[in-house]
Design a protein around this ligand. Structure first.
Ligand SMILES: [Zn+2]
Length: 114
């Protein structure tokens, strides 16, 4: 297996050094957010960009805000729902019955039982 060729080919395909020299990285500034669990999130955004009002904490998933004394999301706006709850929201019991009957019909047909 000529693995050396693969490596050489990769090197030729990448390394756009001229491109790097031509482009300056856009200026960025750090922003910090705190979630209600006292997690601090810091990242860079484009200098001219407006910082988002909230940011999802990567550690716990709660929304984080720029004010450490008053983090957002003291309470979830929407309670946790199971997958079934979402399905039940989208379909009425009648629609679910029809779908189930249809699926059972198809299953019986596949098994050769009318
Ligand atoms: Zn957090």
């Amino acid at each position: 297996m000529p693995s050396g060729n693969v490596i050489r080919g990769t090197r030729i395909g990448s390394a756009p050094e001229r491109f790097d020299q031509r482009t300056e990285p856009a200026p960025r500034r750090p922003v910090a957010y705190w979630c209600r669990n006292d997690h601090r999130v810091e990242f860079l955004i484009a200098a001219e960009a407006e910082a988002p009002a909230t940011w999802d904490c990567p550690r716990c998933g709660e929304p984080a805000g720029p004010d450490p004394a008053n983090p957002p999301g003291r309470q979830r706006s929407e309670p946790y729902k199971t997958h079934l709850a979402y399905v039940q929201e989208r379909r009425t019991p009648e629609e679910a019955e029809a779908l189930l009957a249809e699926a059972l019909d198809a299953l019986r047909r596949r098994r050769g039982r009318p």
